[in-house]
Design a protein around this ligand. Structure first.
Ligand code: HEC
Length: 268
């Protein structure tokens, strides 16, 4: 008897607690309904109209004949990578707008490895992982066409994109684009270097010897191939090619797009 009495008292308290909590919850809605002042702040919202200005535009046009801070861009070559030619056509000089230091090259290498290697590969031969899986072959920086292109052309391609390649102007500042362009030059030298390019007194080691000394598989010194376990892109149905899935270029013999496979039944 004693025990049961205590039990029902506890239950009664719980029920009361629930009612109080519900009331409190309802009060929260009531209170929120009454306070709109902080919710509707008199602020300007992007792309929305305004009654404050006679033209009812919230976004204000730039004041005529003025330049905002940081938007002067007086060094047009630095920002565009082109100069006007004698007949008004655009010309791409083979010239960096600032001196190339080791810091510039290191920055260019870092940005290149982040943004360009998926398609162009770490050495810039155009056989990046995305291309190996079916994307349109990216430019090979070591072929005869690219080797003679002016350094500003790389800047221009990064700024505006090129064919199937998207532009990288949002990801890379102008200074970064120039750094990457300078690094492409370093890559070109690296893939075509001769013993004459090595400073006197510096010893040159064969990559195969390094692989042997470091106990790496000998294939380390060969061009790397895609492992057979890699997922292969399925070619698009005939007649529905997109630029990214364009047929491989015969000039890039290593790329092969697999035969059409029957797509496996959709896994649930
Ligand atoms: C998504 C894949 C992809 C990425 C990432 C990419 N590219 Fe490309 N790039 C391509 C393709 C594809 C082409 C060849 C375009 C064509 O022929 O339509 C190309 C071509 C080029 C060319 C040759 C232009 C010419 O005149 O022949 C340059 C230079 C270049 N890319 C630089 C870069 C740089 C620098 C980056 C990094 C900032 C980069 N690309 C990132 C796909 C890519």
């Amino acid at each position: 008897m004693k025990d049961r009495g205590q039990g029902s008292r506890v239950r009664g308290q719980r029920g009361l607690g629930r009612i109080v909590a519900l009331l409190g919850f309802a009060a929260l809605f009531l209170v929120a309904g009454c306070r709109q002042d902080m919710h509707n702040e008199p602020k300007m919202i992007p792309q929305r109209g305004s009654d404050f200005f006679p033209d009812h535009r919230g976004a204000r046009p730039q004041v005529l004949d003025t330049v905002a801070r940081g938007q002067l861009h007086a060094d047009t070559y630095f920002y565009t990578g082109v100069v006007p030619g004698p007949n008004g056509q655009r010309e791409e000089p083979d010239q960096m707008p600032f001196p190339v230091t080791m810091t510039v090259l290191k920055r260019g290498q870092e940005r290149f490895n982040i943004y360009c290697t998926p398609c162009h590969s770490r050495v810039g031969n155009g056989l990046g992982e995305i291309v190996m899986r079916g994307y349109k072959p990216a430019g090979n920086f070591h072929d005869q066409v690219r080797m003679v292109q002016p350094v500003s052309h790389y800047f221009y391609v990064m700024t505006h994109g090129y064919g199937a390649m998207p532009d990288y102007s949002a990801q890379l500042t102008p200074a970064d684009r120039w750094s990457v362009a300078a690094y492409i030059r370093a890559l070109q030298l690296s893939q075509n270097a001769t013993l004459q390019d090595v400073p006197a007194g510096v010893q040159v080691q064969n990559l195969k010897d390094i692989a042997r000394d470091e106990n790496l598989p000998l294939s380390f010194a060969e061009p790397w191939a895609l492992p057979s376990s890699a997922v292969q892109a399925l070619p698009p149905p005939a007649g529905q090619g997109s630029p990214a899935m364009a047929p491989p270029n015969a000039a890039y013999p290593k790329i092969s797009i697999p035969e059409t496979k029957t797509a496996p039944a959709a896994a649930k």
